[in-house]
Structure formats: structure tokens, C-alpha cells
Ligand binder design. Structure first.
Ligand code: CA
Length: 241
């Protein structure tokens, strides 16, 4: 039966549990075993994203008592503070905008409107608090089928300098970011290996665009990271001129 196959696949990928992000809901049956690679096919161009280094991975460290002091605890607190500062800075960036409309290649359970995991869950500011499966983020219809995309509209056209993608489950599967100019032509601003792990932002910086844009397309290769790949929100950064 397919259930047994699914269990076998799950066992085979247990070593990848660090990356995998499982859904509480039953996964669609018959999903092929995901490829065991965390490396995106390197595609053309552009500046590599800075490493997503400020993950609050520190909670584990906080429970280990360093002999002769509280070094681990201090490190954990500093990491947590750094994460809080980073989030605060992004949320209050005067040049940052959150998406107001979104379409996607697919949605989990064909979710529409404001339903959990629908594409509308990627609009507005971030509202997923911790890494893992969460209906406040968008999820595609299947876990590891391959190419999926989000097409996002922003309130104000700007000369863009950065895109920040907040990944909240199965992070690391983004392979491409494109901006659309006012004539509707796409421009690739980044492509490659997404280093994001845990709940964090993929932050892609690039030279200020000569054109104005209010539309961003984010492409994922969901087969790269086993399990569900969910996006909480995405910010476009840029100025009027
Ligand atoms: Ca969200």
C-alpha cells in the first residue's frame, strides 16, 4: 500500500530531519522519496545571498551548562537579542514594503481566500513565530514535486535594492528571484543556492535597479529540501528615486 511506501520514504529520509519540515496534516499519498541533496542547482548570475546566520538556534545551547560559567547561556542570549534586533529592523525599515496581492503555482489543499496555507498567507508582515508547519504561511500543493513559484504585488513601485524572503518551514529551497519592470518584463536579480535554515530571511541585495518595480516572483525547487517548504512573507526594499 501507499502508506507503507510513505513510511519507508519517511524512514529513508530521517537523516535529513534537520532540514525536513513535516506537516501535521496527512501528506498526499504516493509522494516520491525526495532527493537527498540540500544543494540547489547553481543557476546564473547575481550576488550570493548573505548567510542566514542569526537563527535563534541558541535554545539548545541555553540548556547546556558550561563548566565554570554561563558562557553558553550568554551566547544564547546574545544570539536571541541579535535575532530580535534583526527582525525589528526589517519590520520597521522605512524602505520596506510587504506584499498586498499574491498568486502561486499551487497551494496546499488548494487553499483559497484566507484559508490556512493559501497564497494570501504570504501577504502582509510576518506572522509565523517559530520554525515549522504553520497555516499563517503559504505552502505549495505537494512537498517535493519540484518547481513552484510565488508572484507578489506591492503597493508602490520602487527602484529596488533588496528582497527579503521570510522562510518558515523547509527553508533553503528558493532558487530564483525576479523583478518585473513597469513594462512587465522580468529581470533576474538572484539565482543560486539558498543558504537559509530555520526561521529566517533569505536576504538578496543587488545594485539599485534602473527601472521601478512593484512585482516580485520567487521560484522554489521544493525537491531540494525534503518536506514542506513554506513562505511566511516577503519584503521588497527600494526607494522612489
Ligand atoms: Ca504570513
Amino acid at each position: 500500500m501507499k502508506i507503507r511506501l510513505a513510511h519507508a520514504a519517511a524512514a529513508a529520509t530521517s537523516l535529513l530531519a534537520l532540514w525536513a519540515c513535516q506537516k501535521r496534516a496527512e501528506a498526499p499519498a504516493g509522494t516520491p522519496a525526495p532527493a537527498a541533496s540540500a544543494t540547489a542547482p547553481a543557476s546564473a548570475s547575481a550576488a550570493p545571498a548573505p548567510a542566514a546566520s542569526a537563527t535563534p538556534a541558541a535554545s539548545a545551547a541555553a540548556t547546556t551548562t558550561a563548566p565554570g560559567g554561563s558562557t553558553a547561556e550568554t551566547t544564547a542570549k546574545l544570539a536571541a537579542a541579535e535575532w530580535a534586533l534583526k527582525q525589528d529592523e526589517i519590520k520597521h525599515d522605512p524602505d520596506g514594503q510587504w506584499a498586498i496581492q499574491a498568486t502561486a503555482s499551487s497551494t496546499y489543499n488548494d487553499a483559497q481566500g484566507e484559508a490556512a496555507w493559501s497564497v494570501n498567507q504570504v501577504t502582509g508582515p510576518p506572522n509565523v513565530d517559530k520554525y515549522g508547519d504553520d497555516g499563517h504561511a503559504w505552502a505549495p500543493k505537494t512537498q517535493d514535486a519540484g518547481i513552484e513559484w510565488l508572484d507578489l504585488k506591492y503597493p508602490k513601485p520602487v527602484h529596488a535594492t533588496e528582497v527579503r524572503v521570510r522562510e518558515s518551514c523547509g527553508s533553503g529551497a528558493v532558487i530564483r528571484i525576479e523583478l518585473f519592470d513597469e513594462q512587465g518584463s522580468p529581470h533576474l536579480v538572484w539565482g543560486g543556492n539558498d543558504p537559509t535554515t530555520g526561521l529566517n530571511y533569505l536576504m538578496v541585495k543587488f545594485p539599485k535597479t534602473g527601472y521601478k518595480t512593484d512585482r516580485v516572483k520567487i521560484t522554489l525547487a521544493t525537491n531540494v529540501i525534503p518536506g514542506w517548504n513554506e513562505i511566511d512573507a516577503a519584503q521588497l526594499v527600494g526607494k522612489d528615486q
